[in-house]
Unconditional design. Structure first.
Length: 196
C-alpha cells in the first residue's frame, strides 16, 4: 500500500475529503504525515482527529527555503512517503523537495489552468466575469501552477453567483475530483510495481 503525505496551510477541507476516501477504502493508501506551514491552522485539528502525524513549521524560523525543505524531506523519508499531495499548501515547492520527490508531487488548483494561476484563482475568475472556470489537478514543477495537467473539471459561473457561492461550487468539485485522481495514481503505481 502506498504511503502519502498531505501538505496544507489552511482549514484543510481537501485533506478531510482525501482522508474520508482513505478511511472508506476508496483510496488504497495510508496517510503517514501532514505537513503544515501554519502551526495554528485548522487543518492541524483535523489531522489530530484523524490520527495523522503532523509536522508543522514556520518558514521564518529558518534561514532559507532550502533549510526548511531539507527538514521536510527528512520527515517524509522517516514516514516512508511515496507521493505528496498538496491540498491548499500556499507555498511554491522549491528545488530541494522537487529533487527528492520529482514526478511524485501533485497539486489541486481552483481554476482551469493555464487560466488564473497563482493566488485567489476563484477571485480572479469572478472578477474577469468568465462564464466557465473549474478545478485542475496537476503535477508540480518549479513554476507557479505550470506542471503537466492530470485532470480537470469545469464549473459554470451563473449570473447570480457571488464569489462565496462560486467558492462553494468549486470546493464541491475539488472534494470529488482530487480523491478520484489520487485513487488512480496510487492504484496505477501499485499495479506497475506488481508487474515488475
Amino acid at each position: 500500500m502506498k504511503k502519502i503525505a498531505l501538505f496544507a496551510s489552511g482549514s484543510g477541507s481537501n485533506v478531510q475529503a482525501i482522508a474520508d476516501s482513505v478511511q472508506k477504502g476508496e483510496i488504497p493508501a495510508e496517510i503517514t504525515i501532514l505537513v503544515c506551514d501554519q502551526p495554528d491552522a485548522y487543518v492541524i485539528k483535523r489531522a489530530e482527529k484523524l490520527q495523522i502525524p503532523v509536522f508543522a513549521f514556520r518558514a521564518k524560523d529558518y534561514s532559507s527555503k532550502a533549510e526548511f525543505e531539507r527538514e521536510i524531506v527528512q520527515k517524509l523519508q522517516e514516514a516512508e512517503v511515496d507521493y505528496i499531495f498538496l491540498a491548499g499548501y500556499m507555498r511554491l515547492i522549491g528545488e530541494t523537495l522537487l529533487n527528492a520527490y520529482g514526478g511524485k508531487i501533485v497539486n489541486i488548483h481552483p481554476s482551469l489552468l493555464p487560466a488564473f494561476p497563482g493566488k485567489d484563482a476563484i477571485g480572479q475568475a469572478f472578477t474577469a466575469r468568465v462564464k466557465i472556470t473549474g478545478v485542475t489537478v496537476h503535477f508540480v514543477d518549479e513554476g507557479m501552477d505550470t506542471g503537466p495537467i492530470i485532470d480537470q473539471e469545469m464549473v459554470r459561473i451563473a449570473n447570480e453567483d457571488t464569489r462565496e457561492s462560486l467558492q462553494v461550487k468549486i470546493q464541491q468539485v475539488e472534494h470529488q475530483l482530487y480523491p478520484k485522481v489520487i485513487r488512480q495514481l496510487v492504484t496505477e503505481a501499485s499495479r506497475g510495481e506488481g508487474k515488475k
